[in-house]
Design a protein around this ligand. Structure first.
Ligand code: DOR
Length: 443
């Protein structure tokens, strides 16, 4: 494997608090040395390739703990390979894929199928990243009885979730949390009381009224988050709120994290679209803006940014949800919910949080590296940080590169993005996974 030197960049590693101009030497898939060019211990000479990182941020490989890769069952929307390629282009070196596939990932055999796919992708020369499966928490994702949670953990699950649906029954939720606690992994909840969202197509607000669409109230999310954070604290299980859309949910998370066990057990994530768009994106029945949970109002967007800034929300996740063009061409009520996100996430996070002055680049990188690594116990593999001897998963970011989102720019098999036509600032210009450059943007 060729050795690599990444020279002259601003090295940001939130896990160790590093923010300096430093070089990185990589050999045999691992970080061989970190130092200044003047440091004689840095093996400059023998590097097979030198990447000039002047003007770039050099960060641990970005980790997305919440993506949909559609395999098995919906390969026309995305495959593990096409999703991993899109992830690498977006700067992600690791993604965790959700189990709402067909069939759902609720058995050790299916988890091993994903692990095999992930291994073969990394063995190829294609743009790719690491892929870890999140296992279904209930059998068939039906919410009726817990899946084989202990076996799934042994088979490589990095978390549990019925994402796409919530576990509606408090009793089942309690049993799931009790089992998940024994694995040391986290449970991730898609907070949505289904009795409140039947027929709902978008946020319950003035745009839905004007468009004549059934609304989806904030309370549908908040009541599950409130119930679950109480259950998780009582059980002592790790619990994570996925794709927070409502200001009220951010408050619930803040209160839960303020309890004695809160910081250790309770976490939450925000997605790029909930940080940047409101329900107005659905005007003119734009199905690419139809997502679950729905885009809400400016007060919610502001509350999410504030929750990131004050440390309530500690993880960012795309909820990359590919859907085919013919499905998104259906009338708004019938079109599936979701949008692709892997290739546009980084500049959108930067726009919402860094350029807007809510947080600094080092804080943003923590939300995209060490924090999701800890959420999915991937820090135990050395992911999410830059350390000598650790895996050489690295992202090089040009924070000022301006580009326009077009369907041709997206390698995901689906193009259902509400950001098509938008000009964004910031881009991953190289993605290194286990010491191999898996994506490079021409500069
Ligand atoms: O909009 C969404 N789409 N939200 C989800 O939670 C699931 C996802 C999907 O699988 O399409």
């Amino acid at each position: 494997m060729p050795s690599l030197l990444i020279a002259g960049g601003r090295l940001l590693d939130p896990a160790s608090g590093t923010d300096h101009p430093l070089d990185l030497a990589i050999a045999e898939g691992r970080i061989a040395a970190i130092g200044t060019p003047a440091n004689p211990r840095l093996p400059h000479g023998p590097a097979d390739r030198v990447i000039d990182a002047q003007g770039l941020l050099v960060t641990p490989g970005l980790i997305d703990p919440h993506v949909h890769l559609r395999e098995p069952g919906h390969e026309h929307k995305e495959t593990t390979a096409s999703g991993a390629a899109a992830a690498a282009r977006g700067g992600f070196t690791t993604v965790c894929c959700m189990p709402n596939t067909s069939p759902p990932l609720d058995t050790p055999e299916l988890l091993r199928f994903i692990a095999d796919r992930a291994a073969s992708i990394l063995a190829s020369d294609l743009p790719a990243c690491r892929v870890f499966p999140v296992a279904a928490a209930t059998k068939g994702r039906k919410g009726d009885e817990p899946a084989e949670i202990l076996l799934a953990a042994k088979a490589g699950a990095v978390a549990f979730s019925d994402d796409g649906d919530a576990i509606a029954s408090a009793g089942v939720m309690n049993r799931v949390l009790t089992l998940v606690k024994q694995t040391g992994l986290a449970f991730m909840q898609h907070c949505q009381d289904p009795t409140m969202t039947r027929g709902g197509a978008m946020h319950a607000g003035e745009v839905a009224l004007r468009l004549g669409l059934t609304g989806w109230p904030r309370a549908a999310e908040e009541i599950i988050a409130e119930r679950d954070t109480r259950l998780a604290l009582a059980v002592g299980a790790r619990y994570h709120v996925q794709h927070i859309s409502s200001a009220g949910t951010a408050d619930i998370l803040r209160r839960a994290r303020a309890t004695p066990q809160g910081q250790a057990l309770i976490t939450g994530e925000a997605s790029p679209h909930h940080l940047t768009l409101t329900h107005h994106a659905c005007e003119s029945y734009n199905t690419n803006a139809k997502v679950n949970p729905p885009l809400r109002e400016q007060v919610d967007v502001n509350a999410l940014k504030e929750a990131v800034a004050d440390g309530t929300i500690t993880v960012l996740a795309t909820d990359h949800a590919p859907h085919a063009a013919d499905e998104k061409a259906l009338p708004f009520e019938e079109a599936p919910m979701g949008m692709v996100g892997l290739e546009t996430a980084l500049p959108l996070y930067a726009e919402a949080l860094v350029h807007a002055g809510a947080i600094t680049w080092p804080r943003l990188i923590a939300l995209l590296t060490i924090n999701p690594a800890r959420l999915c116990n991937l820090d135990a593999l050395g992911l999410g940080r830059l350390a000598v001897g650790g895996p050489a998963d690295i992202t090089l970011i040009d924070p000022d590169l301006v580009w326009t989102v077009t369907p041709n720019e997206l390698t995901s098999r689906s193009k259902n993005s509400p950001f098509l036509g938008r000009t964004l600032r910031g881009r991953a210009v190289a993605t290194v996974v286990a010491g191999t450059v898996r994506h490079e943007h021409p500069r």
